[in-house]
Ligand binder design. Structure first.
Ligand code: AMP
Ligand code: DBH
Length: 551
């Protein structure tokens, strides 16, 4: 099946990106053998006791790619992938790239509500999930989704049910690797095709997804790795889920592999797990969200692990508390790069030679000379120097539309292709950007983005609820948490535990489930009749609360 629903860059932009060398015309899957030819005996991936050289990785990937073809997966297919960080995930990702299959990268936290939607929207032909994890039976859910969406089920783990295929058995190397490598030429996906599908945090009923091409994503990772000075000595620890754009390609594990470095997989971001890996594998760099970084800082004070190999930490995904970049650098004895990025494209990093006040006080600047951006007011007019406004952007790795979302794209992009980030930024005199806040209707829970309208829609399914509004409430550990404000039907009662139980039964990812409930007699409205969330936020987070609750 061929994918439709992507929004291509206009021809003059394509010409520019090709002639000026941003896009190299190479599918991601081809690169793997460039790496193996260059660094074949070096260790590419470490996962527990498994250590794979670049050559071994490439051979596993080709064997897997051929077996996926044998299962009937074809160029143009999409596959739903929900896996923990592990070497098999890296191999699966690359095998998809070899044969033109696009992985749709779901988070481990996602449940039926999200996965069913993704399977439907992307029309996936296969689903890859672990057997069980943390007491959740992923395979049972995979079976249900597979049956509903006529998709094959591929399972990571020992306990593979009848009718499902074992990922372990597909990945085994066999036969003549050189012959297979030559034979792989028959797949040859085009570099302008979709390579992978990333999830956005979303600001609508259900989050939108982003199709990234080989050309754009290769540049995304390559240029990021240049900015972050990755090289052969880079040992990158995958701390966050590799389904995220940040550890996957910003520069993340792809940036490390492109430069002959080593990628170390962590199953959990907890310091108990990651510090041991840093010591054992002499890790030089990792990427963290502020909530995880805070736990590392706390643990670093008393750890007996040797963290001296750590040279740089990338931190981004949500607003960094003031002064925290400096605290982090001191606690871990390394440099910090702030990263302001998005699955939609645009990436900003502070540079390694920026002075400390810039590293601590800004979220960096775009990676590419071809990145364009504007800071605009509510009318779309550029704000004056130093004035905050919404950031709009376009460029060689920022697609011109969400996947299969023509209606939504009318609002999310301007007619001339600028992506409206929904973030409020200000341009610092250094040329770096500072993120001041956002106008999008979202909660940023420790870097995981939650669409407020999505949670409101789910709340309205509860029989007790007449009206619902979701706002972010500040939280020390996570930055923000989801607060659900509801007006109940007459005579109804509802408490937080009840809400949480009903959301869990409905199959909603845990990070979206409200952690605070406010039952109010009415929701405050703006003059044009929309819920006034600014007022609601003030009411809920201050003493002004009585005003509405008592109204
Ligand atoms: P997503 O679209 O889900 O990939 O999330 C990207 C969004 O995360 C951005 O548009 C910002 O709202 C937020 N974000 C990412 N990095 C930072 C950062 N360093 N500081 C503040 N917000 C950030
Ligand atoms: O928050 C993000 O989505 C994000 C943050 C930092 C991102 O996608 C990235 C870097 O690539």
């Amino acid at each position: 099946m061929k994918r439709d629903g992507t929004v291509p860059w206009p021809p003059q932009a394509v010409r520019r990106y090709v002639t000026e060398g941003y896009w190299r015309g190479r599918p991601l899957g081809d690169l793997m053998w460039d790496w193996a030819d260059r660094s074949g005996d070096r260790v590419a991936v470490v996962d527990g006791d498994v250590r794979l050289t670049y050559r071994e990785l490439a051979e596993h990937v080709d064997a897997l790619a051929e077996n996926l073809d044998g299962l009937g997966l074809r160029d143009g297919d999409n596959v739903l992938v929900q896996l923990p960080n592990c070497w098999e995930f890296v191999a699966f990702f690359l095998a998809c790239q070899r044969i033109g299959v696009a992985p749709v990268l779901a988070l481990l936290a996602h449940r039926e509500h999200e996965l069913d939607y993704l399977a439907e929207l992307a029309e996936v032909t296969a689903i890859v999930m672990p057997d069980r994890r943390n007491d959740f039976d992923h395979q049972a859910l995979a079976a249900k989704l597979g049956a509903k969406h006529c998709a094959q089920v591929i399972v990571l783990g020992e306990d593979v049910h009848n009718g499902h295929t074992s990922l372990g058995s597909l990945i085994r190397r066999h036969g003549d690797a050189q012959e297979r490598r030559i034979g792989m030429a028959r797949y040859a996906p085009r570099s302008s095709d979709v390579a992978l599908i990333l999830l956005s945090g979303g600001t609508t009923g259900l989050p939108k997804i982003i199709a990234r091409t080989h050309d754009d994503y290769e540049y995304n990772a390559r240029r990021s790795a240049e900015v972050c000075e990755f090289d052969e000595d880079t040992v990158y620890l995958v701390t966050l889920s590799m389904a995220h754009n940040f550890p996957l390609g910003s520069p993340g594990l792809l940036g490390a592999l492109m430069n002959g470095g080593t990628v170390v997989m962590a199953r959990s971001p907890r310091p108990e797990v990651t510090f041991e890996l840093i010591e054992r594998e002499r890790v030089t760099v990792s990427s963290l969200v502020p909530a995880v970084a805070q736990r590392w800082v706390d643990a670093a004070a008393t750890t007996t692990r040797d963290l001296s190999s750590l040279r740089t930490v990338h931190i981004g995904g949500s607003v960094l508390p003031e002064g925290f970049a400096g605290t982090l650098a001191r606690a871990l004895g390394c440099r910090v790069q702030q990263v302001y990025g998005m699955a939609e494209g645009l990436l900003n990093y502070t540079r390694l030679d920026d002075p400390p006040h810039i590293v601590e006080g800004t979220q960096g600047r775009p990676i590419s000379d071809a990145d364009e951006y504007l800071i605009v007011d509510e009318n779309g007019t550029p704000t004056g120097p130093g004035q905050p406004g919404e950031l709009l952007t376009r460029g060689p790795y920022t697609p011109r539309g969400y996947f299969r979302a023509p209606e939504h794209n009318l609002h999310a992009f301007t007619p001339d292709g600028w992506f409206r980030t929904g973030d409020v930024v200000v341009l610092h005199e250094s040329g770096n950007l500072i993120v001041r806040g956002r106008i999008k209707d979202q909660v940023n829970r420790g870097g995981e983005k939650v669409s407020a309208p999505e949670v409101e829609g789910l709340a309205l399914e509860l029989p007790q609820v007449r009206r619902a509004a979701v706002i972010a409430v500040p939280d020390r550990a996570l930055g923000e948490r989801v607060c659900l404000c509801v007006v109940l039907h007459d005579g109804q009662r509802l408490d937080l535990a009840d809400v949480q139980r009903q959301f869990t039964t409905r199959g909603v990812a845990r990070y979206k489930i409200p952690e605070r409930l406010e039952v109010v007699p009415e929701l405050p409205l703006t003059p044009i009749g929309k819920v006034d969330k600014n007022m609601l936020r003030q009411v809920v987070t201050s003493d002004a609360r009585q005003l509405v609750v008592g109204a």
